[in-house]
Design a protein around this ligand. Structure first.
Ligand code: USQ
Length: 382
């Protein structure tokens, strides 16, 4: 297949590109280096220095003999994006090219506007590029479990049947994002659903939980292939942050009570889920929505697991509850369904002590790179 990966420099985009390339597909990636620029502005860096795409793709070619093409540019520039579609003629486009941070979207009006502009215009442009150049192309969009919020009812995979005044119909499950970032993902879903109905687009929207992990089968071959790994307050996901905190002796930063529950997955499972989605495209006019998580934990459970794993390596970890900078329910019901991807063949890499120890050992190798100042700055929701 011709695979086009938008956001191919990111934490998930680059490992996804290597994975599809390894599996024998023709891969092209696009990125505007948004996160690299944001890091310069806001003072954070990936724990392990990551070569730019020219160098990463060169290293990939040297190590595997396989080619990943890349373009540096902004998908909100429609002419640029359309040219990429015309040149690459993708069978599948995988859309990671979004501003992915909830805290970033809450820093200021400008950052909120940047998030809206990037995420919504980007998605609209992709939909138009598909319609105008490759109408049969399968759009795989990374959504988020945070679109559903934490409702007091079970969370199905995307849709809900509603009976009202004696009649029934099927709708998108009600969404209520917990940040402006999450809200743009809700809007993306709505927009894709509209064009699926109107233009018979074929699309898969993956409702993903926070991802953890620092290496994949492909990246393990050479340090130059390593994924970007962020542990700062803005771009680090919670478990990756806790691992780095344990290594550098920073107290583990539990927001509020820590009883917030989310669905999590290993970065290796992200690749497997996206791959399975690409191999199982829907018919035109269908929007498949899958919940992309493998297990659920409270923040406290994650802190305890990291603490136990660090202890087994001789590290004492302190756990600190800090006033929650976010507006989110801390005690809530949480019962999402996540069976479809397993039905398609996903064999989850569940969170074991062994995996945590492996992550801790990798981070220990780069301990000197940790910038303690970027761990917590206190970006508040209000
Ligand atoms: N949390 C802490 N301490 C920390 C950081 C986070 O207690 O130091 C808590 C948060 O309050 C939240 C939970 O951990 O309750 C998860 O936080 P997170 O920062 O890992 O996740 P989130 O901001 O929701 O965003 C991340 C990714 C985003 C993705 C989302 C999936 O950045 O791109 O969409 O996970 S989900 O959370 O299911 O919406």
């Amino acid at each position: 297949m011709n695979i086009l990966i938008l956001g191919g420099d990111g934490y998930l985009g680059w490992p996804t590109a290597m994975h599809f390339s390894q599996m024998g597909h023709a891969v092209t990636v696009v990125d505007n280096y948004f996160k690299r620029h944001a890091g310069l502005e806001l003072d954070f860096e990936s724990l392990i220095a990551i070569p730019n795409l020219t160098r990463r793709t060169k290293a990939w070619k040297e190590i595997t003999g396989k080619e990943i093409k890349h373009y540096i540019g902004d998908i909100t520039d429609y002419n640029f994006l359309k040219d990429v579609f015309i040149t690459t003629q993708p069978d599948t486009v995988i859309h990671y090219a979004e501003q992915p941070s909830a805290p970033y979207s809450m820093i200021s009006r400008d950052k909120a506007a940047k998030t809206l502009q990037n995420n919504l215009t980007g998605t609209l442009n992709i939909i138009y590029a598909i319609k105008e150049t490759v109408p049969n192309c399968h759009l795989i969009k990374l959504g988020t479990m945070g679109e559903y919020g934490t409702p007091n009812i079970d969370i199905p995979e995307g849709y809900i049947d509603i009976a009202h005044n004696g009649k029934t119909d099927k709708f998108l499950f009600p969404r209520q994002g917990g940040s402006l970032y999450h809200t743009t993902k809700v809007q993306d879903t709505d927009m894709i659903w509209f064009y699926v109905r109107t233009w018979k687009l074929r699309a898969t929207d993956l409702m993903q939980g926070p991802v953890y992990g620092i290496s994949t089968d492909e990246s393990a071959q050479d340090v130059r292939l390593t994924p970007s790994f962020h542990y700062d307050e803005i771009f680090g996901t919670v478990l990756n942050r806790f691992i780095v905190q344990a290594v550098c002796g920073h107290p583990i930063t539990i927001y509020g009570k820590g009883t917030q529950i989310r669905g999590y997955l290993n970065i290796k499972d992200t690749l497997a889920c996206v791959y399975l989605s690409a191999m199982n495209p829907p018919e035109g006019g269908t929007l498949n929505i899958y919940n992309q998580i493998t297990e659920t934990f409270s923040v406290l459970e994650l802190a305890d697991k990291v603490s136990a794993a660090a202890k087994s390596l001789g590290y004492e970890v302190t756990i600190k509850h800090i006033e929650n900078p976010r507006i989110e329910k801390e005690e809530h019901y949480y019962n999402p369904t996540y069976t479809t991807l397993k039905g398609l063949g996903l064999t989850p890499n569940l969170l074991t002590n062994e995996i945590l120890v492996e992550m801790l050992k990798t981070v220990l190798l780069y301990k000197d790179n940790i910038s303690v100042d970027s761990i917590f700055k206190g970006i508040k929701w209000k």
